[in-house]
Design a protein. Structure first.
Ligand code: HEM
Length: 410
């Protein structure tokens, strides 16, 4: 009689795409093994099919420096493949190669210049202060919903000049758009599609209300008045808007949750920061490094090549694990797993990626996190974590669903 292979026997202990590793916060050990034994490793069996794991700093930088060889467009930017028969076509410039990428990125980049950041900073600071002042002291509440989601949503509403009373729709759409685990379930996939259409219709209205009007500093108006974007079809326009919402949403939100959770886990680092607010800029980088809100981006090889001695074939997919590169001992030292607010090279982290696709919103995210830390310091506000957080079960967005806390004065 033939022996049946039990499904669990096929589980590769080095398959780091498994959602439970992130839900249970147990991803550190398999990545440490990958970095030590096989920094470029082929995983044959996973929910996403075969893929290469690139888990150390150097080869990730190499892959991102060769965008024609390692395409963002050929297979998209997450391990989950796009299914033409059940997904809406929503081209986004994060998943385009040159030359289309160059023109479209150039269109939105002016929204993130230092002068734009200076223009937005007052509004962001005022709104951050308002939220902090509304928090109950010494009383249990959920930091994720009350602070991280609310502040991030407000920041995005300002950026898009989005109707204020509807701003939580941005969070709702973004949560659906960014959840790659949904791809495994046909029903959820359909629901996701319906929400993306709804988002598209809403933004189309917003777009229509701004066409033919003088340019304003928000992103939609900037896109309307640009050459590269004004020729886009409906799906391309919606795709790029969703990119900007999703790009800014989960990432900033989860860094805000990480600053509460991470500083509580490393009380010495927190005491150092509380004693010396000049460390805030560096602490911002360190918290982004430590959290790495997007665990990976994917690339697809456009021809046969070699990476750190491994033969990569045309069409192979590679996961660039920023989450692991940011713990690379050879770059960040033996204490890479810890938060060190004065880490001299915190800024070298790869959480924003590298090369032509490096995060266009990085300055905005850094400013928002820096302002939050500054306003907390002004109020001598300390966040005490009351229970372990509930985490997102996914290998793409790396974050928190809820974090019960109470705040006290130090
Ligand atoms: C690209 C991370 C905040 C918009 C990216 C990439 C990463 C990333 C890893 C891809 C890089 C690559 O493929 O090499 C983050 C993190 C953030 C953050 C960790 C917060 C801590 C934001 C914000 C916005 C934004 C606030 C805008 C509102 C984008 C866009 C791209 C991008 C539009 C595509 C850039 C391109 O393809 O040229 N981000 N992001 N991100 N991000 Fe962010």
């Amino acid at each position: 009689m033939a022996t049946l292979v039990q499904p669990e026997m096929r589980v590769d202990p080095l398959d780091v795409s498994r959602a439970d590793l992130y839900r249970d916060d147990t991803w550190q050990a398999p990545f440490a093994r990958l970095r030590g034994e096989a920094p470029v490793y082929r995983c044959e069996h996973s929910d996403y099919g075969p893929y290469w794991s690139v888990s150390t700093y150097k080869p990730i930088v190499e892959v991102e420096s060769l965008p024609d060889l390692y395409s963002s467009e050929a297979g998209g930017i997450t391990l989950a493949d796009f299914l033409p028969e059940s997904d809406v076509r929503m081209p986004m410039f994060i998943a385009r190669d040159r030359p289309v990428h160059t023109g479209q990125r150039r269109t939105v980049a002016p929204a993130f210049t230092p002068s734009e950041m200076a223009r937005m900073s007052e509004d962001i600071r005022r709104r951050t202060a308002e939220i902090l002042d509304s928090l109950p002291w010494n009383t249990r509440f959920d930091w994720v919903d009350t602070v991280s989601i609310e502040l991030t949503t407000q920041m995005l509403a300002i950026l898009f000049d989005f109707p204020w009373e509807d701003r939580r729709k941005l969070t709702f759409w973004s949560d659906w758009a960014g959840d790659i685990e949904l791809i495994k379930n046909e029903d959820l996939r359909k629901q996701r599609l319906a929400h993306m259409y709804e988002c598209g219709a809403y933004f189309q209205q917003l777009w229509n209300s701004k066409v033919g009007k003088p340019q304003t500093p928000d992103l939609i108006s900037m896109m309307i008045h640009s050459d590269a974007m004004s020729h886009m079809d409906h799906f391309e326009f919606i795709g790029n808007l969703i990119l900007l919402i999703v790009g800014g949403n989960d990432t900033t939100r989860n860094t805000m949750s990480a600053l509460a959770y991470g500083l509580d886990r490393f009380p010495d680092a927190r005491a150092q920061l509380e004693g010396d607010p000049t460390l805030i800029a560096n602490a911002t980088q360190e918290i982004i490094r430590w959290q790495t809100p997007l665990a990976h981006m994917r690339r697809t090889a456009t021809r046969d090549t070699e990476l750190m001695g491994q033969t990569i074939r045309e069409g192979d997919k590679l996961a660039l694990w920023y989450i692991s590169a940011n713990r690379d001992e050879s770059v960040f030292g033996p204490d890479a797993d810890a938060i060190r607010v004065d880490r001299p090279n915190a800024r070298r982290h790869l959480a924003f990626g590298h090369g032509i696709h490096r995060c266009v919103g990085a300055r905005l995210a850094e400013m928002q996190i820096g302002i939050l830390l500054e306003e907390m310091a002004k109020r001598r506000m300390r966040v005490n974590v009351l229970e372990e957080p509930t985490r997102v079960a996914a290998c793409f967005v790396h974050g928190y669903r809820s974090l019960p806390v109470e705040i006290s004065r130090y």
